[in-house]
Ligand binder design. Structure first.
Ligand code: GDP
Ligand code: MG
Length: 297
């Protein structure tokens, strides 16, 4: 399992020419610091994309804005090449005034659309690099209360630009009952504020198994996740990725314990292609149309 990601098994996703040539997949992670974003990225890709934190001396000047950090890695499985990019947004929600926290993030997404548009307009379009953001994992603090105004503001500002996937961070800190109630509350808030989150589609031509799988994945949103890049030993002697508590172990890769497997399956196996399609056909297309209209075309 070590180092294996699983995207080459994409069952419903056609291995098109573009896929054989290698393709980009870009995930953005957003949420207050300490919610486990870096850990989740490492857990998802089973690789230390983020090296362990070194001791960083505190400076007098703490940053005043959200910064944008990009990590990339090339993965090849079964002859399929994937360039995986992670856009991290440290600083989001960490300031006294977070009113404009969404702004640098929106700008990053739009500048990536611009870069794509500019390449499309070139005479030679054979070598387009696609850095558009295909999915944005939004980390919700495991408070058990309603969404914060910061969460709502961010999602409202971004939902027309990117496939938004809300997740409940560090769900091992909540009981199953609390998670169920919190999920309901979050979905009510999302509906109340007319926020559009990513909805995986199933199609008439899909077989019943695929349809059920998609429905099952969708029923988990917002995914209650647990991240860990450490192996722990279970009472029956298995080495698993998980988190250890006095009362037992939460296994990351156990569907009974959290929704990590479902999230990973959706992102990497069943819906990677669809997330790329929605990015191009919906978010990018809307942006492009607006931009061209604004320019007087
Ligand atoms: P980031 O600031 O959002 O990137 O958060 P990090 O990934 O750096 O994690 C912050 C702290 O939370 C670290 O001590 C992690 O070990 C811990 N952590 C990460 N994921 C989880 C989780 O799912 N559950 C719990 N309980 N702790 C976590
Ligand atoms: Mg981090």
């Amino acid at each position: 399992l070590q180092g294996y990601v699983g995207f080459a098994n994409l069952p419903n996703q056609v291995h098109r020419k573009s896929v054989k040539k290698g393709f980009n997949f870009t995930i953005m992670v957003v949420g207050e610091s300490g919610l486990g974003k870096s850990t989740l990225v490492n857990t998802l890709f089973n690789a230390p994309l983020y090296p362990p934190k070194e001791h960083v001396p505190l400076s007098d000047e703490s940053p005043k804005t959200v910064s944008i950090q990009v990590l990339s890695t090339d993965i090849e499985e079964n002859g399929v090449r994937l360039k995986l990019n992670v856009v991290d947004t440290p600083g989001f929600g960490d300031f006294i005034n977070n009113e404009e926290s969404w702004k640098p993030i929106l700008e990053t997404i739009e500048s990536r659309f611009d870069a794509y548009l500019e390449q499309e307009n070139r005479v030679n379009r054979s070598k387009i690099t696609d850095t558009r953001v295909n999915a944005c994992l939004y980390f919700i603090a495991p408070t058990g209360h309603s969404l914060k105004s910061l969460d709502i503001e961010f999602m409202k500002r971004l939902h027309n630009k990117v496939n938004l996937i809300p997740v409940i961070a560090k769900s091992d800190t909540m009981t199953n009952e609390e998670i169920t109630a919190f999920k309901e509350r979050i979905l009510l808030d999302i509906a109340h504020h007319d926020i559009k989150i990513y909805h995986a589609q199933h199609y008439d031509c899909d077989d019943i198994e695929t349809i059920n799988e998609t429905k099952d994945v969708m029923s988990k949103i917002p995914f209650a996740i647990v991240g860990s890049d450490r192996l722990v030993e279970t009472s029956d002697g298995r080495q698993v990725r998980g988190r250890k508590y006095p009362w037992g172990i939460i296994e990351v890769d156990n569907e009974e314990h959290c929704d990590f497997v479902k999230l990973r399956q959706m992102l990497i196996r069943t819906h990677m292609e669809e997330l790329r399609e929605f990015t191009n056909d919906i978010h990018y297309e809307n942006y492009r149309t607006e931009k061209l209209l604004a320019m007087g075309y």
